[in-house]
Design a protein around this ligand. Structure first.
Ligand SMILES: Cc1cc2nc3c(=O)[nH]c(=O)nc-3n(C[C@H](O)[C@H](O)[C@H](O)COP(=O)(O)OP(=O)(O)OC[C@H]3O[C@@H](n4cnc5c(N)ncnc54)[C@H](O)[C@@H]3O)c2cc1C
Length: 376
């Protein structure tokens, strides 16, 4: 039972955003930076966002050579170039909105390593090396870059970082590592400072005719609704073609780490980095794609054991370490790796399917969302 006052003042908004991850928060900022008097509410299922945005690896990245070559094969040059530009622009905007210190940025660049078991990927990268450089140079956002986007690394450089059995490596100075928790904390703070209201523990289960139903008996009304629930969307919109994809992570205790920066291997299926003097490693989803198509935030032996094997064999060989924490987060994937941005109804816009690189994409997608929703 609600009072007249509650009904009148807490359930009606200009904009309601469903999902309070990096995208939902960025959309709230975008709206309020353009319309400072708008009444904006973010309805979040958990007490604080616990989708992918608070559980990721914190790579501010735009794609590694093997991943970009594979994307070109899947989607063609135009779509791949657009996606890379969107990621790069999104990262610039995120830094501008919050500040480099506020997102805990560490600018140590990004590497792709090639393992003996992925020899064909290294061959493909070498065969297409000049093609890739030319392709990237043509993307307008990279045209002011004075240094090469990617360069090849010598065996000596790779060995100096303590890695073993690596058959090739590339480097880009344009990647950095972020402090994921700090970044979301400050984005949340920014959205609140701009005037957004964040309501946690709001499990949205139905949206129709500008009305949003949450939990058992709450009905919110909004002139415009934006759905940013990424990998969880199918829970209440089963026909939307975005699949949940679980990502698992291990984090070591503090130790002596011989490398600094972001590292990718196997077309982006694995990623590791130093976080201060710890090592964070994630990936391995390709080992059980069916089992990992889930919204359950749980780690499995199969993938955890594989991550440990990768640490022992390639990343920290002959170096003692202890695992401090393990966790899982849920991404949202679409078949063509393109984000779904479309109206479900006249005033209800869906923006889901960030395909594992939402840190980069969210700020530029938020601009697209705002432009689309104001014209509805
Ligand atoms: C292990 C892992 C590592 C990653 N590493 C990187 C990386 O290094 N770099 C990078 O760019 N990207 C990375 N990603 C991907 C990135 O984290 C995501 O693309 C991004 O966080 C997606 O943001 P989002 O806001 O769209 O979704 P989410 O962060 O998942 O937010 C969706 C929110 O919606 C809420 N929600 C769901 N259903 C409902 C409902 N019914 N009602 C109300 N609220 C609801 C959820 O609780 C959640 O908070 C990684 C992801 C994982 C899992």
């Amino acid at each position: 039972m609600f009072s007249f006052w509650e009904k009148n003042s807490f359930f009606k908004y200009d904009y309601a955003i469903v999902g309070g991850g990096i995208l939902g928060l960025s959309v709230a900022c975008e709206i309020l930076e353009n319309e400072s008097n708008a009444e904006v509410v973010i309805l979040e299922k958990d007490v604080f966002p616990q989708g992918a945005s608070t559980r990721n690896a914190g790579f501010a990245c735009f794609g590694s050579p093997s991943e970009i070559l594979s994307d070109i094969q899947l989607n063609g040059e135009n779509a791949t170039a657009k996606l890379i530009a969107k990621r790069f622009y999104g990262l610039e905007k995120l830094k501008k909105r919050l500040g480099s210190a506020e997102i805990g940025e560490e600018n140590n660049g990004g590497y792709e390593l090639f393992l003996p078991e992925n020899g064909e990927l290294w061959e493909k990268a070498l065969e297409n090396w000049h093609y890739l450089q030319d392709f990237l140079q043509e993307i307008p956002i990279f045209q002011q870059q004075k240094q090469p986007i990617f360069s090849q690394l010598s065996t000596q450089n790779i060995q100096n970082m303590g890695f073993e059995q690596i058959i090739g490596a590339t480097f880009t100075p344009l990647e950095s590592g972020l402090d994921t928790g700090l970044m979301i904390h400050n984005l949340w703070k920014k959205a609140s400072q701009l005037g957004a209201r964040f309501l946690g523990n709001m499990n949205v289960n139905h949206i129709e005719n500008n009305e949003i139903k949450a939990n058992e008996n709450l009905i919110f009304q909004a002139k415009k609704i934006i759905i940013c629930t990424n990998g969880f969307t199918k829970d209440f919109l089963p026909n939307v073609p975005v699949q949940p994809a679980r990502g698992q992570i291990v984090l070591t205790e503090e130790m002596q780490v011989r490398f600094k920066g972001n590292f990718h291997f196997n077309e982006g299926y694995y990623y590791f980095r130093n976080y201060k003097n710890r090592v964070l490693l994630g990936g391995g989803r390709q080992l059980d794609k069916i089992g990992e198509t889930t919204t359950e935030k749980k780690c499995t032996d199969l993938i955890q054991n594989d991550l440990i094997q990768k640490l022992d064999t390639y990343i920290l060989p002959n170096q003692p370490y202890k695992i401090d924490m393990r966790w899982a987060g849920i991404m949202g994937f679409t078949p063509d790796k393109q984000t779904i941005l479309k109206f479900l109804e006249k005033n209800t816009l869906l923006c889901v399917g960030l395909n594992g690189m939402g840190v980069a994409l969210s700020s530029s997608l938020a601009e697209d969302v705002y432009q689309k929703i104001i014209t509805a």
